[in-house]
Design a protein around this ligand. Structure first.
Ligand SMILES: [Zn+2]
Length: 418
């Protein structure tokens, strides 16, 4: 095995901090919703770093961006990627670590004079978070053919602006067509966003796959009426039906047991007044499981009970799917390679599935793909308190470098390919 690449941790940490100042929130964290003015500023900063490193920068029709360092033999690149958009209460590390960590690997390789047979690339993908436009993982999904371009361009965000309009507003779309980025291998370094690694005192999560995700928006139509004068038996209370669905989601998770999880993250009531029975309720249900059959069973039970609650409450119910992704298993050989390199670097590690969705799952059907997790302090993410210490980031980037260079065919000083 070759000595591991020396990475410049100070440079990486200062870049993470600098990107975090764009859309900075009081008290820490940042807000760079996909294709917003802040996202545009973040894109300019990161692509500036790509160019300064001497990389060829390319952008596709939905604003995915990647930068290439040529290999000696050419061919498809080994791509290290993630995202730089955030949720409204985002931290500094989610997504950003995978992009700037990938850039750090390439710059460190350039500075060390380490060449590869295949090209190396670093990439960020449009609207991974789904916080402004649903579904999430939109850019990577379009790039790899899992989502339809025209359908995604027409999606309207929470502010009434479509993806196509938002792309045009910040000039984020480029000339490269769908499918222009076709990796040899896809690698994504990411914070765990959960508490497992910290609790077990481990350096690295070797990610085996990603949970299946089901997002549904349910709308209940009842009838607004006076809260004081309307007898209980005569009500069509949309809010009550929404509350029953929320508790049913929890009951499903309890009945199915781990790894099933269920969350009602939004309930909007109309007219939203203290003394008026709600005439309308809109809520979202997020269901996840590593097993597709179990996930389908959870959906079936939720939808059936929701209909029954609505009928019992004298309300009408409609629903639409906001996002639906089947569970993904990463490439077994590549996962083994990540584990073996972690072992060789003397890092403590464990195998684990990802509880969150990631761009890597969109690549998995198309090329060998894998992910590396580093710990999240207190398991907190999508929160301004999100934190991973520099000393916990460094092992992840070193491991990313080892795996990426090996996959790309590292050429040592004597010109021998490993
Ligand atoms: Zn992320």
């Amino acid at each position: 095995m070759t000595a591991d690449l020396t990475i410049n941790l100070d440079r990486l940490m200062s870049r993470i901090a600098e990107l975090g100042r764009i859309g900075a929130l009081p008290g820490g964290g940042c807000k760079r919703l996909a294709l917003s003015a802040e996202d545009a500023e973040g894109r300019a900063l990161v692509t500036g770093w790509f160019r300064a490193a001497g990389l060829e920068v390319r952008t596709d029709v939905i604003g995915n961006c990647w930068a290439i360092r040529p290999g000696r033999s050419g061919g498809a690149p080994v791509v290290m990627g993630s995202h730089i958009d955030t949720v409204a209460t985002g931290g500094l590390y989610d997504g950003v670590l995978g992009v700037l960590g990938g850039l750090e690997v390439i710059e460190s390789a350039i500075e060390a004079g380490t060449e590869t047979e295949k090209p190396l690339a670093v990439a960020f993908f449009t609207n991974e978070e789904g916080a402004r436009f649903a579904p999430d993982m939109m850019g990577s999904g379009v790039a790899q053919g899992g989502l339809d371009l025209d359908e995604m361009l027409a999606k309207v965000g929470i502010d009434g602006v479509s993806v196509a309009e938002a792309l045009a507003a910040i000039g984020a779309a480029g000339p490269d067509p769908v499918g222009a980025l076709a990796p040899d291998t896809y690698l994504e370094l990411h914070i765990e966003q959960g508490p497992v690694l910290e609790a077990e005192g481990l350096d690295i999560g070797v990610v085996t796959g990603v949970q299946g995700i089901s997002w549904t928006e349910i709308t209940i139509e009842g009838q607004a009426a006076h809260a004081g004068t309307t007898p209980m038996a005569l009500r069509h209370d949309a809010g009550l039906v929404a509350a029953r669905i929320a508790t049913e989601a929890r009951a499903i998770a309890d009945a199915f047991g781990p790894p099933q999880v269920a969350t009602v993250g939004r309930i909007a009531l109309t007219p939203d007044l203290v003394n008026v029975i709600p005439e309308r309720a809109v809520l979202t249900v997020d269901l996840r499981n590593t097993d597709e059959a179990r996930l389908q069973a959870a959906e079936a039970r939720l939808f059936e009970r929701a209909e029954a609650f609505a009928a019992a409450g004298g309300c009408r119910l409609s629903r639409r799917t906001l996002a639906r992704f089947e569970p993904v298993a990463f490439d077994a050989t590549l996962v083994d390679a990540v584990e073996a390199e972690a072992q060789a670097l003397g890092l403590t590690h464990r195998r684990m599935p990802s509880g969150a969705g990631h761009d890597a799952q969109m690549f998995a059907p198309r090329c060998p793909s894998a992910m590396i997790f580093v710990p999240s302090q207190d398991g907190i993410s999508h929160n301004i308190r999100e934190f991973t210490a520099p000393g916990q980031i460094a092992p992840g980037v070193r491991l990313l470098a080892q795996v990426a260079l090996a996959r790309a065919g590292r050429i040592d000083q004597k010109g021998q390919t490993e």
